[in-house]
Design a protein around this ligand. Structure first.
Ligand code: NAP
Length: 492
């Protein structure tokens, strides 16, 4: 099991002491003191009576250090820290011979690459391990999340503990995943607003939401791929579910850019040990194409939002359709009540395909598709045996329910709405699949006109719950997932 180290962003001794207390309260095991970033410090005062073990660093300038200091003076400071009882000092590869080991603290020898991902990672790691280091540290910058696979192979062959970090957004998941593959420590920021690097997480979130201190070789792996993905609620709700279920499992997000090989990504992570992956925009079609097998719903919809890895095979599912149908069925008092109802679906993209297919095939509803681009809308309508209406000829349509599957009204464009208020039918059910914000302008106006409203969070939780059930064979705790989503939305 790994340690969580809070990277402190402080300017002087007083701030450092306050930050160490906050780090301890957040659940950090130790705090990193970057002396090179501090304008003023008194090392004995800094270390005397410290509330947490510390890792002391005065980063060399060519390795990202904040300011220059003569090499002898720099190393003397680290020796002084060891003599004062610092639990760890971190010195750059090439400078380690200058450390006299004036105390029992452990020596971390590190190599940073802020510009790229060294092809000779193994060689660098072995070079560090062959020297006086107690702990090998590599912080490198992957171009894409796939690069990080090379990091996870390192601990097994080194014979010494390792700290392995993929910096930047492409390395974000490595801050947790490296712990699963044998890294002994990971860094976090004191608070979300104090994150100093993209991909960095706050200590409290690592320890609380991700259960980072319990991550070990037996931790089951799940995740989500998409682009953009940084603000996805999926990690919050999946990890909350695993905590509630008492499962030793971790769910991480990967930014897999549009145009990259999503199928290859899924396959390599299946080989790495991932048991399930959620798939979101823009990879739902590619996920289906890459799968070795697919359930009927995913095939009919032509898109997969779920990959389950079974005996090394990728199996595709689509849990959006049932999730959406469940929401509307609940609003009408049961699945049976949906049959024959007229449902106007706004949009003809991926979500619309799942929603419209589910409503027609599972619910027996009469679906009407309205979409900006006529051709896309007509094609979907034709596939489903549904009616198509251009967006500007909806007046007079007597629908029982309306479903918005366009992104219109989603944060930050909250003042936009996909349908003029006067076209909302009093008494109809209006379901907006958007969940950020929970009450969109469409739902606000629907309430004002006497319609019944359904927000998108229930569908979001339901599709994720079904994924967990596919992957674990156990019932997912929907209430805990909903609470986690609301908490995350409130904080963001
Ligand atoms: P998508 O495949 O890109 O489809 C977007 C649809 O919205 C297309 O039909 C597009 O019309 C239409 N659209 C986009 N911008 C528009 C505009 N300015 N004016 C009019 N129509 C516009 O995206 P998707 O995967 O279907 O996702 C769409 C939304 O569904 C997401 O933003 C999300 O909020 C929601 N969703 C929610 C859940 C949930 O669990 N609650 C799950 C999935 C999706 P064209 O065909 O003309 O481009």
């Amino acid at each position: 099991m790994g340690l969580i180290c809070a990277s402190l962003n402080v300017r002087n001794t007083a701030e450092a002491r306050a930050a160490m207390l906050r780090a301890r309260a957040a659940g950090a095991d130790l705090a990193e003191l970057r002396l090179d970033l501090m304008a003023e410090f008194d090392l004995p005062a800094l270390l005397a009576g410290r509330p947490l073990p510390v890792m002391v660093t005065f980063r060399r300038q060519d390795q990202g250090g904040g300011r220059a200091l003569g090499e002898a003076q720099r190393l003397a400071l680290l020796d002084q820290a060891l003599a004062l009882g610092a639990e760890y000092v971190d010195v750059e590869l090439g400078s380690e011979a200058g450390i006299r080991r004036a105390g029992p603290g452990k020596l971390i020898v590190s190599h940073h690459d802020f510009a790229g991902f060294p092809p000779d990672l193994q060689t660098i790691a072995r070079r560090i391990a062959a020297g006086p280091a107690d702990i090998v540290k590599l912080a490198v910058t992957p171009r894409e999340a796939l690069d990080c696979l090379a990091l996870y192979e390192l601990p097994a062959g080194l014979g010494k503990p390792a700290i392995l970090i993929g910096m930047g957004e492409a390395g974000a998941a490595s801050r947790l995943l490296a712990l699963r593959f044998g890294a002994c420590l990971s860094y976090g920021a004191l608070a979300p607003e104090e994150c100093t690097a993209p991909g960095q997480l706050a200590v409290a979130e690592m320890v609380g939401a991700y259960g980072a201190k319990a991550i070990g070789p037996a931790t089951r792996l799940f995740g989500v791929i998409g682009d953009p993905i940084a603000h996805s609620l999926s990690p919050a709700i999946h990890n909350a579910a695993y905590r509630q279920m008492g499962l030793d499992a971790l769910y991480v997000s990967f930014r897999v850019p549009a145009g990259s090989d999503a199928g290859g990504f899924l396959r390599s992570h299946a080989r790495l040990g991932f048991e399930g992956l959620s798939v979101t925009l823009p990879h739902k079609l590619a996920a289906l194409a890459a799968a070795d097998g697919a359930d009927q719903v995913a095939r009919k919809i032509g898109a997969a939002n779920t990959i389950t890895v079974r005996d090394g095979r990728l199996l595709a599912d689509n849990t959006d359709a049932d999730a959406a149908v469940g929401e509307l069925a609940a609003a009408f008092g049961g699945l049976g009540a949906l049959a024959g109802k007229t449902v106007l679906v706004l949009g003809a993209g991926g979500a619309a395909r799942a929603v419209a297919w589910g409503l027609a095939a599972r619910g027996g509803a009469r679906v009407v598709i309205a979409n900006r681009s006529r051709e896309r809308g007509m094609n979907l309508a034709a596939e489903l045996g549904a009616e198509f209406r251009p967006l500007d000829s909806l007046a007079g349509l007597a629908y029982d329910a309306l479903v918005n599957t366009t992104p219109l009204g989603m944060h930050p464009g909250v003042e936009v709405t996909p349908l003029a208020a006067e076209l909302i039918r009093p008494g109809a059910v209006v379901f907006d699949t958007i969940y950020n914000p929970l009450e969109t302008r469409l739902l606000r106006e629907a309430k004002e006109r006497g319609a019944r409203t359904v927000d998108g969070l229930g569908m979001f939780v339901a599709q994720a719950a079904r994924q967990i059930e596919l992957w674990t064979g156990r019932e997912a705790p929907r209430e805990a997932m909903r609470r986690a989503a609301l908490e995350k939305l409130r904080r963001s």
